[in-house]
Design a protein. Structure first.
Length: 211
């Protein structure tokens, strides 16, 4: 469609995610036919300032959307559930959320820095007959892995459906969903300023009593 206005448009398709707001995003991009290698490298340098960035084939971007594009929502949902579990067992809400968030953050950092297979790192936590392996057995019996795999697939399929509708001009791309750019603009001029007016779970000591 851009070729209607410009015979040789330099197009780069990019998919990122919300953690770019805290400079821990995951971004992939695919260069169009007329885009130069230098164009891609420039984008990579820009996006690397807010997290990880790499180039992929364009037909992989929908899968990326299902994994890292929607991934923060999976992580937040998992964290919310972990915190609920902590609260159920007697922990204060703020402490439960903080401990769960730190566990996910620490696990991700261990994986990225060690470059070990996640299965190996998981095994390192599980002592024979211990609490963790019993907990993992419970997760596996509930289809934990399959649920995550199916979630990535569902997001990918829906992305393709929405793109198909947009290509047919049955709905405008802007009407499909608010883009990440809109979200970032809402957070302007900076995350710290925007967050100042928001209630934080961590604004008080975890040991603070509930009113």
């Amino acid at each position: 469609k851009l070729s209607t206005f410009c015979p040789t448009p330099k197009v780069i398709r990019c998919m990122t995610n919300t953690p770019v707001i805290v400079r821990e995003g995951a971004t992939v991009y695919a260069t169009g036919t007329h885009a130069d290698v230098e164009d891609g490298k420039l984008l990579e340098q820009l996006m690397a300032s807010v997290g990880f960035c790499t180039e992929v084939e364009e037909d992989l971007i929908d899968a990326v959307t299902g994994l890292s594009g929607s991934g923060p929502a999976y992580a937040f949902t998992a964290l919310d559930a972990l915190a609920d579990g902590g609260v159920k067992m007697g922990l204060p809400r703020r402490l439960a959320v903080r401990l769960g968030a730190q566990a996910l953050l620490g696990a991700a950092k261990m994986l990225l820095e060690s470059e070990q297979h996640p299965g190996q790192l998981k095994d390192n936590v599980c002592s024979p007959g211990g609490a963790t392996i019993h907990a993992l057995h419970f997760l596996e019996s509930g289809g934990f892995r399959s649920l995550l795999i199916n979630a990535v697939e569902a997001s990918c399929i829906r992305t393709r459906e929405l793109q198909h509708l947009a290509d047919q001009e049955k709905i405008s791309p802007a009407a499909i969903k608010k883009t990440l750019l809109d979200k970032v603009k809402q957070e302007s001029p900076s995350l710290s300023v925007a967050s100042a007016n928001k209630v934080s779970l961590f604004s008080k000591s975890p040991s603070s009593k509930k009113n």
